[in-house]
Design a protein around this ligand. Structure first.
Ligand SMILES: *Cc1c(COP(=O)(O)O)cnc(C)c1O
Length: 611
């Protein structure tokens, strides 16, 4: 049976039990049961499920591994972490994160005014806040206000102009002052599709010359005591450990140099984010080549070595991992609406009294196919298809013949893949799979729910929630419901997604899209006006599970309101058009007004009836 690489990407968070995907926690509920409960309550579109225990697990893992590394190397600096809000700012995530983070003094990182305000409102008391990104005077003022409110805040500056603003504002405001961090522009760069944040040509950070200038400026303005942290961030999803180690050696030495220049309160190094997540469904294509323990051990060990070598203080460590903390907690579940080849059924065949020879041959192939000749017949049938298409273009066969041919070829291939099912997949069969892929139409928007696939071809683990005790037979392509041909996840024969052949009139079939908790929600686009799906939070314990905080996907009226349409005007126009229609009578007008009202107040995803 196929396990869709669940042992590779799921980090033991999900398991297969009795042919179903189950949450590997507490009572271990099957995802399909949770989905059924929600669908029975009327939530028929795509569902985004949040699992708070997975947020807790990731936070716990980070602190445990770093505390262990500190113990192992007898490290004297402290370990601290902040969560970068940009990775997921949705309340259904952030509120749990802050709650679980309390015991660890886990803080928040903000990169904009809105994020800083969120941090000022929700951050645990005394837990650190760091502020990165470009800052104007207003944002810097907000940072001072956060400090004046009692927050433990560090403003990390990205350029000397920001430092000049801080110096200026410090003179005007009250006594408390935020700590100041400097972002360092390293020569080291990351690897992978998100590596642009690091390296000497990156968008962010101070060069060596600017660092010296910054320290001198701080000294001159009596603010050097507030300079406490240096920061770097190589980029997200750093797939290898060596760039991180190289960057750390660079930044460790910068740290001791700056302390030598008199920055005696510089005690912290902030390693940024970048800790990678394993997204791969195949053993051959790992997307992360190190473990969390290795990361923690390497970082602690290297900083210890540098401090010893330079006879300096072992720095406090800060990290800003976001993806690693958020990715696991959310799963998107979407119903399959249609399998396209299901239009090719035997009862749709309409053979003539006298068919072209190739069609008769195809029919014979279909009737006499068996496990011995399946591969050969499959090849023959695809050859015949090509010939018929050529004959059609030349005018020798008609549309009826062409339709019969398409149906027969599909039926043959389907029969053949079933017959060959248990045999080892031959290269021939795999080669054919590209041609005979089944298109699964799924009730979701790729642009909304997996924008990184659209923009960067970042893959996410995908698998069916049920039927896992049955052999899947169809090589699949995933189509979303947007009217955009980019709304497709295509698979090649080298990396196929094999799904089950389902008769949707007899049974339901749902796909789970995993590891979508980081970045996807807020990057999601409203293409075709498909918006954030209905979400629900699933609390699990040993006895049961509970579905809480259901937030239904926005109604059509709200979506239009967000685009700044005057929804009252829209209602008025629709009312008027119905009133003026002379195609229907008054009673019918009343009825369709009621119907329209319901549609406008419902969400925009498709609805299917469960069987
Ligand atoms: C985006 C970002 C992070 C988070 O990176 P992840 O790869 O998600 O861990 C951390 N720090 C800074 C400065 C960032 O811009």
């Amino acid at each position: 049976m196929k396990d869709y690489g669940i042992d590779i990407w799921s980090a033991d968070n999900f398991i297969i039990k009795n042919g179903k995907v189950c949450v590997n926690y507490g009572k271990k509920p099957a995802l399909i049961d949770i989905v059924k409960a929600l669908r029975d309550d009327g939530y028929k579109g795509p569902l985004l499920l949040r699992f708070p225990h997975l947020i807790q697990k990731q936070i716990q893992r980070i602190y445990t591994k770093f505390e262990r590394a500190k113990k192992e190397f007898d490290y004297k600096g402290s370990f601290n972490a902040v969560y970068p809000l940009k990775v997921n700012q949705y309340p259904g995530f952030v509120k749990h994160l802050v709650q679980f983070g309390k015991d660890y003094n886990y803080g928040l990182e903000a990169g904009s005014k809105a994020e800083l305000l969120l941090a000022m409102a929700y951050n645990n008391e005394k837990a650190p806040i760091t502020v990165n990104g470009f800052k104007d005077r207003e944002l810097i003022n907000m940072g001072f206000i956060a400090k004046e409110m009692g927050h433990n805040i560090t403003l990390t500056i990205e350029g000397l102009n920001e430092l000049e603003s801080i110096i200026d504002i410090a003179k005007q405001r009250f006594k408390p002052k935020p700590n100041i961090g400097l972002r360092v522009r390293l020569h080291s760069a990351g690897v992978g599709i998100w590596a642009k944040s690091g390296g000497i040509n990156s968008k962010f950070g101070l060069t060596s010359t600017e660092l010296i200038e910054a320290v001198n400026l701080l000294k001159k303005n009596d603010l050097l005591d507030f300079f406490t942290m240096i920061h770097f961030h190589l980029g997200s999803q750093i797939t290898e450990i060596h760039p991180l180690k190289k960057a750390l050696i660079e930044v460790g030495n910068i740290y001791t140099e700056l302390r030598k220049m008199g920055a005696k309160n510089l005690k912290a190094i902030n390693l940024g984010g970048g800790l990678a997540v394993e997204y791969s469904q195949s053993k051959d294509e790992k997307s992360r080549h190190y473990t969390l323990s290795e990361y923690a051990n390497d970082m602690v060990f290297l900083l210890k070595s540098i401090a010893e070598q330079k006879k300096d203080l072992e720095p406090d460590i800060f990290i800003e991992s976001g993806r690693f903390v958020a990715a696991h907690h959310a799963v998107l579940i979407a119903p399959v609406l249609e399998l396209f080849s299901h239009e090719y059924t035997e009862n749709k065949l309409n053979l003539k009294e006298k068919n072209p020879k190739l069609i008769d041959e195809l029919y014979d192939l279909y009737k006499s196919i068996n496990s011995e000749n399946a591969l050969e017949y499959m090849h023959d049938s695809t050859d015949h298809l090509q010939s018929i298409l050529t004959l059609f273009d030349l005018g020798y066969v008609d549309l009826q013949d062409r339709s019969n041919c398409e149906i027969l070829v599909h039926l043959i291939i389907k029969k053949a893949t079933k017959l060959l099912g248990e045999a080892p997949h031959s290269p021939d069969l795999l080669a054919l799979q590209d041609e005979v892929q089944e298109r699964y139409l799924i009730n979701f928007s790729l642009f909304q729910s997996m924008p990184d696939f659209w923009g960067l071809e970042q893959g996410f683990p995908i698998m069916p929630l049920t039927h896992l005790d049955k052999k899947p037979t169809l090589s699949a392509n995933i189509w979303d419901i947007t009217c955009d041909s980019d709304g497709e996840i295509s698979y090649s024969k080298d990396n196929p997604l094999i799904l089950h052949d389902i008769n949707l009139e007899e049974e339901n079939y749902f796909l789970g899209f995993f590891l979508i908790g980081a970045y996807q929600e807020v990057l999601g686009m409203k293409h075709n006006l498909f918006v954030h799906p209905t979400e629900a939070t699933i609390h699990i314990d040993d006895k049961d599970y509970e579905i809480k905080d259901i937030i239904e996907s926005q109604s059509i009226l709200d979506i239009l309101d967000d685009l700044d349409y005057d929804v009252h005007l829209i209602m008025d126009i629709l009312n008027e058009k119905i009133a003026n229609s002379n195609l229907i009578n008054e009673k019918q007008k009343k009825q369709i007004l009621g119907e329209l009202y319901l549609f406008l107040n419902d969400n925009g995803y498709l609805k299917t009836v469960d069987v």
